[in-house]
Ligand binder design. Structure first.
Ligand SMILES: [Zn+2]
Length: 236
C-alpha cells in the first residue's frame, strides 16, 4: 500500500531584484543533506550552487527561474527559506563596534530573519540614460558570473561582466534586446568616460543584505550599534 503523503506548509516572499512574488516550502531532509555536504566541502562556489539548487527545488511558483537570480536574491531567499525551515531567529554575539573600546564584553543578540531586508541605494535604477536618446538596462551579476567577479579584475573581465549583465539597449523608437557578445562589447567600448562611469556605479552600488542592530551593553551600559551586511556575517 502506498504510504500517505505529508503536507508541507507554503509561504510567500518577494524576489528583491525582480519584485516577483513567489511561493515556497521549507527545506526537507533531502535538501538539508545536500546543503550539509556542500558546507563541509568548504568551497564557496559549490556552496552557492547548492543553495541555488535548493532554492529552485523549494520555490513552487511555475514562472520562477533560479538562473536569473542576482547573488543578493540568492542570499535573501536562502535566509527566508532557512527561517521557515530551521528557525526565524539568528543568534549573534557582538563586541563593541569601536575596536579600541575598553569594554571587551560580547553581548548576545537575537535577530529575527523577517526583519532582514535587501537594502537598495537611494537613487537606485536599472535603466541608465547614456544620452538624451539612448539608454541601457542592466541586471546584477548572478551565481554564473562568480568566476568573473572574483579577485583582481582586468579590463577584459570587467568588459565581459558588463556585457553579460546588459538586458537591453533602448532609444525613443526601439528596444534592442538581441545582440551578440561582441556587439555589446563594442558598444561598451564606444562609451565616453562619463557614460562608462554610470555603468560602473551600477556595479559598485549593488544592493546587499543589510540589517542595523542596536543594543545596550549589559556590562558597561554603553549604547552601541552595527550594520551587519552579507550572508556570511549573519552566520559567524
Ligand atoms: Zn560594554
Amino acid at each position: 500500500m502506498a504510504l500517505p503523503l505529508l503536507n508541507t506548509p507554503e509561504f510567500e516572499t518577494i524576489v528583491p531584484s525582480s519584485k516577483q512574488r513567489i511561493k515556497f516550502r521549507p527545506f526537507l531532509v533531502k535538501e538539508e543533506k545536500v546543503l550539509f555536504m556542500a558546507l563541509q566541502g568548504g568551497d564557496t562556489r559549490e556552496m552557492t550552487n547548492a543553495v541555488q539548487n535548493i532554492i529552485g527545488a523549494c520555490v513552487l511558483s511555475d514562472n520562477f527561474d533560479p538562473s536569473k537570480l542576482a547573488m543578493y536574491d540568492i542570499e535573501y531567499l536562502f535566509l527566508k527559506l532557512r527561517g521557515k525551515s530551521v528557525g526565524e531567529q539568528i543568534d549573534l554575539r557582538l563586541r563593541h563596534s569601536d575596536p579600541e573600546s575598553e569594554c571587551k564584553h560580547r553581548t548576545d543578540i537575537s535577530i529575527d530573519i523577517d526583519e532582514i531586508e535587501i537594502k537598495f541605494p537611494e537613487d537606485y535604477t536599472d535603466k541608465i540614460q547614456l544620452t538624451d536618446n539612448v539608454g541601457i538596462q542592466m541586471k546584477h551579476p548572478g551565481i554564473q558570473h562568480s568566476a568573473l567577479t572574483e579577485g583582481e579584475l582586468d579590463f577584459d573581465s570587467v568588459l565581459e561582466l558588463i556585457s553579460e549583465c546588459v538586458v537591453c539597449i533602448y532609444d525613443h523608437d526601439n528596444v534592442y534586446d538581441s545582440f551578440t557578445s561582441d556587439e555589446i562589447k563594442q558598444f561598451i567600448e564606444g562609451l565616453n568616460q562619463q557614460q562608462f562611469g554610470k555603468i560602473q556605479k551600477f556595479f559598485t552600488d549593488i544592493p546587499k543584505l543589510s540589517h542595523k542592530i542596536a543594543w545596550k551593553c549589559p556590562k558597561c551600559g554603553e549604547e552601541d550599534s552595527v550594520v551587519v551586511e552579507g550572508l556570511n556575517s549573519f552566520f559567524t
